[in-house]
Ligand binder design. Structure first.
Ligand SMILES: NC(=O)c1ccc[n+]([C@@H]2O[C@H](COP(=O)([O-])OP(=O)(O)OC[C@H]3O[C@@H](n4cnc5c(N)ncnc54)[C@H](OP(=O)(O)O)[C@@H]3O)[C@@H](O)[C@H]2O)c1
Length: 268
């Protein structure tokens, strides 16, 4: 496909609207995107972005990719309306957390081209990461289109083994919450040491954001960067002595990730 794929976005809430903003910044024209959402506020957001809103899915709609960005709990009532749009070329891409490919195949059939995607909230500022997995119906051109679509809001990676999607969700899907907790905890610790809340929060937040950006742009591994900050007998070493004693920090994070992975499995 030499042109940008035409998109029908189902659900224009926080993730859906972030996707539209990304697409518009990445070469899609407003005419290439249509939205379906019963929510008045969500429709206004779409309209304010210059994107057309349509009432119902219709076979007359010229779309290449249908993107489901609704909550997982409304999928069962939403998907049957889209069965009539199944054809050999169209991609059905869903960002709904937890629902396996088989769930969509039960509605659209095994021959439909279905992609399951797990983005994360930094997608709102186009710094997200999305992991994709496709069913057997997805060909290489459709993989490329799906990648371009989600690449508009950050990085993209593919999985071959869908089972690992729960681990992905536990790392990058839920991960922003762990980082926000780190900012909160670091701020609280600063206040305990006598800093004002404003200053403690600014220091914690800027340190997390700056360190993430440094790690992302550096040729050094995170472990090397950590060692660089850690002078023998210094302040960082004193703190790391607490965090790393008996692998405290590692163990806590492993437990958290394992709990999230298990929860993902239970919800599927
Ligand atoms: N936010 C995240 O961190 C994140 C990360 C990864 C994946 N996801 C997934 O992204 C999906 C969307 O999440 P979100 O946070 O953007 O949700 P959201 O803000 O609630 O947006 C969903 C939108 O879909 C609308 N909607 C409900 N039923 C619909 C239907 N039948 N057809 C079309 N639109 C319909 C909702 O309207 P009403 O509000 O009136 O129901 C709402 O405007 C979820 O499945 C979630 O699992 C989210």
């Amino acid at each position: 496909m030499n042109r940008q794929p035409k998109i029908l976005l189902v659900g224009c809430g926080s993730m859906g609207s972030a996707l539209i903003r990304g697409w518009l910044k990445n070469g899609w024209s407003q005419d290439d995107i249509k939205v379906i959402d019963p929510n008045e506020a969500a429709r206004s957001v779409a309209t304010s972005l210059g994107v057309g809103v349509t009432e119902k899915p219709s076979e007359r709609l010229q779309v290449d990719i249908i993107v489901f960005a609704v909550k997982p709990q409304v999928l069962t009532q939403t998907l049957p309306d889209y069965k009539k749009l199944v054809n050999g070329d169209r991609i059905f891409l869903s960002i709904a957390a937890g629902k396996p490919l088989k769930f969509y195949e039960d509605f659209f059939g095994k021959k439909a081209s279905i992609v399951r995607a797990m983005p994360n909230t930094p997608a709102a500022i186009r710094q997200g990461v999305t992991v994709l997995v496709g069913n057997k119906g997805v060909n290489s051109a459709q993989r490329a289109s799906s990648e371009a679509l989600m690449g508009a809001v950050g990085r993209v990676a593919w999985l071959d083994n869908e089972e690992l999607m729960n681990a992905v969700t536990a790392i990058s899907g839920s991960g922003p919450a762990y980082v926000f907790l780190m900012i909160e905890a670091l701020s609280k610790a600063g206040v305990e040491m006598g800093l004002s809340l404003d200053l403690a929060e600014e220091l914690a937040l800027t340190t997390v954001a700056g360190s993430g950006a440094l790690a992302a742009s550096s040729d050094m591994s995170p472990a090397e960067l950590r060692r660089l900050v850690t002078s023998p007998g210094g302040t960082t070493e004193a703190a790391l002595g607490v965090l790393m004693k008996n692998e405290n920090f590692d163990t806590l994070l492993k437990k958290a990730v394992s709990a999230a992975t298990k929860r993902g499995r239970d919800l599927a």
